[in-house]
Design a protein around this ligand. Structure first.
Ligand code: FES
Ligand code: MG
Length: 569
């Protein structure tokens, strides 16, 4: 028997090898344990993760490819996270999923892994896990759903829920019509069809080099997804033979490529925390400032909701990710490779744009500087992020009085009767990784109905939480340190003047330093912070890092490799 990692379970004629083989046989062909590679399919299919429900079918096609190339495929159901279901927020469980997946990959007799994800946190968790084990790994992104329409108008998942619910609050849409649109929102299998976090992370998995080139963005019901899944099964066997691991594929150059793509696509702000967390697992040098330095000069080319008009199947039809990347090809690191071992830029070939309404040219971008801006100041000593492409241009330079909410509950209790001017700056705190816990997507605070009725559709909002990738507005997120970690966000009082200057990357309270330093945090706010006494939540709150470094747990950063653990018997 040839040496392999799984062979350390299966090879030989002793009692333990007998045990490992005997329990696994169950219909496997007799040659299954002769040293051929065993491939786990880390599968996040779950009925409670509706965006990933179809992944069992995808797994079957991966299996065909693995068998064909001489490997043994093994389905490994792993922790799955449904963004719309899981409370208090799927982000609280991302690190738990990553930790559980990492340990199960290492603990089992496998030589490589195919990662099946889709809904927001699933691909990040899978990539974090695979990075910390560093076995040959490749992602099959589950892909976006087809576009649903309501009364002839396309519906963007998430984005149009926010938009329509604001219309109801403003009194311009009836509740009955709002509810009528519900059954049209989710038309098919697949994840959200907007450029939200799932679309973003699926596409960035490919830009990082971690998918079969050309596969990301294939809609979930498209037969080409299954063809790609089959091909991926073949590819992972080849990767094992070549010893190609995540640490070879995902280099600093790959991450900088991902930042370029994030800007050109108008991708989700959540990608900042996810990419930082994945880089942290690999030991790749990457900071929040890299997003601003590398991304902010990149033009926005994809006209997709929430920043723009179209949806993911439009992007695919218009040429897809490769057509977008070809427009910014000169900004990509030519040395960064993919799971094929060949450079990403080579895989782009001459991919062309077929619809200039969806993918703009470099000469006529939707916006000149599209990346994520990182702001600093006495309100965010370790930084805060804003996506200018999703913000209102007239608010990017702003000075206005703070209206402070000490918790999400406080916000909901007061927002409907709030009487403020449109220049007010809504501040919500206690929503960071530790404070909530888990950094929920609440930063796009709803606007006061009185202002909505006057036609106001955007205000400056500041929060230590995240924002759904499908949301939009002049929203400053990921303020670090968060209020619950002692950040100055916890010292702001209603009426303080806030100064936002995106061009100069500033976010300040207009107060002398000594006055700010002399303040005590609000007791109402402090009372609302999470104080979990046991279980995962306690471990999380005690060890989670701030958003500016990826919100991973301190002891999960880095890699433990794929060393085979001690024998179990
Ligand atoms: Fe799953 Fe949007 S809820 S991708
Ligand atoms: Mg989301």
């Amino acid at each position: 028997m040839a040496w392999s990692r799984s062979g350390q379970w299966y090879a030989g004629s002793d009692r333990n090898a007998y045990i490992h083989r005997a329990w696994m046989r169950r219909g496997l062909p007799s040659g299954a344990f002769d040293g051929r590679p065993h491939i786990a399919i880390a599968n996040t299919a779950s009925d409670l993760t509706p965006c990933n429900m179809h992944l069992n079918e995808v797994a079957e096609h991966v299996k065909h490819g693995v068998w064909e190339a001489g490997g043994v495929p093994l389905n490994l159901p792993v922790v799955s996270l449904g963004e719309t279901n899981v409370r208090p927020t799927a982000m609280l469980w991302r690190n738990m999923a990553a930790m559980a997946i990492e340990e199960m990959l290492r603990a089992n007799p496998i030589d490589g892994v195919v990662l099946l994800g889709g809904c927001d946190k699933t691909i990040p968790a899978l990539l974090m896990a695979a990075s910390s084990v560093d076995l040959p790994a490749v992602v099959v992104p589950g892909g976006p759903m087809l576009t649903g329409t309501f009364r002839g108008v396309p519906l963007g998942c998430g984005t149009d829920v926010w938009r329509l619910s604001e219309e109801v609050r403003a009194g311009t849409l009836s509740e009955a019509d709002f509810l009528r649109s519900e059954s049209s929102m989710i038309r098919s299998k697949g994840h959200c069809n907007t450029m939200g976090t799932a679309s973003t992370m699926g596409l960035l998995a490919e830009v990082l080099g971690m998918t079969l080139p050309g596969l990301a963005g294939t809609p979930a019901p498209d037969s080409r997804l299954l063809e790609g899944a089959h091909e991926t099964g073949r590819l992972v066997v080849e990767m094992i033979a070549d010893g190609r691991r995540p640490s070879h594929v995902m280099t600093r150059g790959s991450f900088l490529n991902a930042i370029v793509a994030l800007a050109a696509l108008g991708g989700s702000t959540n990608a900042v925390v996810h990419l930082l967390a994945i880089a942290g697992r690999l030991g790749v040098e990457l900071t929040q400032d890299d997003f601003d330095r590398t991304g902010s000069g990149v033009p926005l080319l994809a006209d997709l909701q929430p920043a723009g008009r179209h949806l993911m199947d439009d992007l695919y039809r218009a040429g897809g990710l490769h057509a977008v990347l070809n427009e910014v090809r000169d900004l990509l690191d030519p040395a960064a490779i993919t799971v094929t071992g060949r450079p990403l830029v080579e895989a782009l070939g001459d991919a062309k744009v077929h619809d200039r309404e969806v993918i703009r040219s470099r000469r006529q971008p939707l916006q000149q500087d599209a990346g994520i801006a990182v702001l600093y100041g006495n309100l965010a000593p370790d930084g805060a992020v804003i996506k200018p492409a999703a913000a209102s241009p007239h608010l990017l330079q702003h000075r206005g009085p703070a209206v402070v909410f000490d918790s999400v509950e406080d916000l909901h209790a007061r927002i409907d009767d709030l009487d403020v001017t449109p220049d007010a700056v809504l501040v919500l705190r206690g929503c960071g990784p530790k404070g909530y816990p888990g950094m929920p997507e609440v930063s796009n605070l709803p606007l006061p109905p009185k202002l909505l009725a006057q036609g106001v559709r955007d205000m400056v909002r500041i929060c230590d939480g995240r924002m759904s990738g499908t949301a939009y507005g002049t929203v400053i997120l990921h303020v670090a340190p968060e209020a619950a970690a002692g950040g100055p966000l916890g010292l702001v009082r209603t009426g303080d003047m806030i100064i936002l200057d995106v061009e100069n990357r500033r976010l300040d309270i207009d107060l002398p330093a000594d006055e700010l330093a002399a303040r005590q945090p609000s007791p109402e706010m402090t009372r609302a912070f999470a104080r979990p006494e046991r279980g995962w939540q306690r471990l999380y709150v005690e060890t989670v890092q701030q958003a500016n470094t990826g919100a991973d747990l301190d002891f999960l950063i880095g890699s433990s490799g794929d060393a085979v653990p001690r024998e179990s018997h």
